[in-house]
Write a protein that binds this ligand. Structure first.
Ligand code: FES
Length: 117
């Protein structure tokens, strides 16, 4: 029998894993998409910022498909905490890296409102 993993801990290679939506839809789709709002650029900025801080071994960034909150894009989720961020822009990346990924304090102003999840 497998022992349950305590909440908030991670037994994987990376301490922290960030999934960023880069899903793309046709421009005429009313839902919009995170790709058109800069999802790919945000992935690249996250990876660059993490590498510059020599934290690439502990923090993994992965492109994801649609996270289901399209109108709130760009959306991302950080594990193991399960913290969701919405309306993320390129200007927010430094704060997310320093405050949350390295500092352990989620960026409250960017957190997705509970009722949307
Ligand atoms: S397109 Fe990004 S959440 Fe749906």
């Amino acid at each position: 029998m497998t022992k349950p993993i305590p909440k908030g801990t991670c037994r994987h290679v990376h301490e922290c894993h960030v999934f960023v939506c880069v899903n793309e839809r046709p421009p005429e789709n009313p839902k919009g998409c995170c790709r058109a709002k800069g999802g790919l650029e945000i992935v690249n900025l996250l990876k660059q910022g993490i590498a510059q801080r020599h934290a690439g071994k502990d923090i993994k960034v992965t492109k994801s498909g649609c996270l289901g909150l399209c109108e709130k894009g760009v959306n991302m989720v950080v594990y193991p905490e399960g913290v969701w961020y919405s309306h993320v822009t390129q200007e927010d990346i430094g704060e997310i890296i320093e405050g949350h990924l390295l500092g352990g304090q989620p960026v409250v102003r960017l957190m997705t409102e509970e009722e949307a999840l």
